[in-house]
Structure formats: C-alpha cells, structure tokens
Design a protein around this ligand. Structure first.
Ligand SMILES: [Mg+2]
Length: 191
C-alpha cells in the first residue's frame, strides 16, 4: 500500500500570491507603493478615511485577483511539494468590513488557483475564516496568529507585516521563519 502523504496546509494571500491590497491601493490612489514600504498588515489604512467607502466599492468592481502575480517561486515549489505532500490551500475569504461583497473573493481565489496552479486539486481548496479548525501535518502562513495548535511543523512565510516578530516569539510557538519558497523546498524536500 502506498505510504500516506502528509497534509500540507498553505495559506493564499501573501504566501501564494502577492498582496491584493497593495495592487488595489496603487490602482485606486494612482500611486506606486512597494510592499517594502509597509510594516502594518492592513495596507488599505493608507487610503484617506473619507475615501475608504469608495475604495472598497472599487475593490469589488473587477475580479480582485485577476492580474495578481504569484509570489516568486511559488508555482515551481508547490509543484515539487505536491509529489510528496497532500496540499490543501486554506484561505479566509470574508472581509470583515465588506461581508456582503465577499462572495466575490471565494470565486476570485478559486479561479486564480485553477488558472495559476492547475496541478492542485480543487477539492482541496478550503475557504474559511475558521482556520483554527483545520488540521494538518505542516502549515505555511504569513500571519503569525494562524500558526498555533497541534501541528507538527509550522512555518511563518516572511512578509512585510511579520518582520518584527522575534526569534523568541517564534520559538515559543514552535514556528520557523522561511524567507522564500526555495527555502521551503530545501527544508521539506531535503531535511
Ligand atoms: Mg496570508
């Protein structure tokens, strides 16, 4: 009998694909901000208060993820990893300030994955805001709060908003920082 593959849970935003908020904020404000200029998770907080409503309306006018690039190396890495791991993409799709419009995010992320990572099994896409209920053997996520609980290997995917998390904080939760998809492969395929 074939050996059962380990379950690898992979986050979507800022782990598989680049920041949708950076793109949308730049489109909306006509700016050219780079991701390195942000430290806080909520990039849209740069939009002036009195234009927020207009910003969120424009966010959903077109497919938000349509032209968004993948994070460097994600496709090649996930393809290699899929030979050894059972990959589940686990992503939150409900925006707290726009729950009614968020239906669009479910279809947008689904279509993005089908188009950009066609080798992944769509039956293994988990769209939920209750990530803590999803269990696996390995998890990769850029959001530190999502890395908890009884999971064998937890990886924090390096991102603009998590750079200030210290080694001590990571260690206390059994989390290891990874700086690229290449590093993920080096660890999970070789160690
Ligand atoms: Mg994320």
């Amino acid at each position: 009998m074939a050996e059962q593959k380990k379950i690898l849970l992979v986050d979507f935003d800022d782990t598989i694909c680049q920041s949708v908020f950076l793109k949308k904020v730049n489109d909306f404000l006509g700016t050219d901000y780079k991701i390195e200029q942000f430290k806080e998770y909520l990039i849209d907080s740069i939009v002036p208060e009195d234009r927020r409503k207009e910003f969120f309306a424009s966010f959903f006018e077109t497919d938000p993820y349509e032209k968004l690039p993948l994070i460097d190396g994600a496709k090649e890495a996930l393809k290699k990893l899929s030979k050894k791991y059972d990959i589940y993409v686990c992503s939150s799709c409900v925006m707290l300030n726009s729950p009614k419009s968020s239906a669009r995010l479910f279809s947008s992320k689904y279509e993005y994955l089908i188009k950009n990572l066609p080798f992944l099994d769509p039956k293994k896409f988990i769209f939920t805001s209750s990530k803590q209920l999803v269990k696996g053997d390995v998890i990769i996520d850029d959001y530190f709060s999502n890395l908890k609980g009884d999971i064998e290997q937890k990886f924090l995917f390096d991102s603009y908003h998590n750079k200030e998390k210290t080694e001590e904080e990571l260690k206390a939760r059994g989390v290891r920082r990874v700086k690229s998809w290449q590093e993920v492969c080096d660890i999970l395929l070789n160690e």
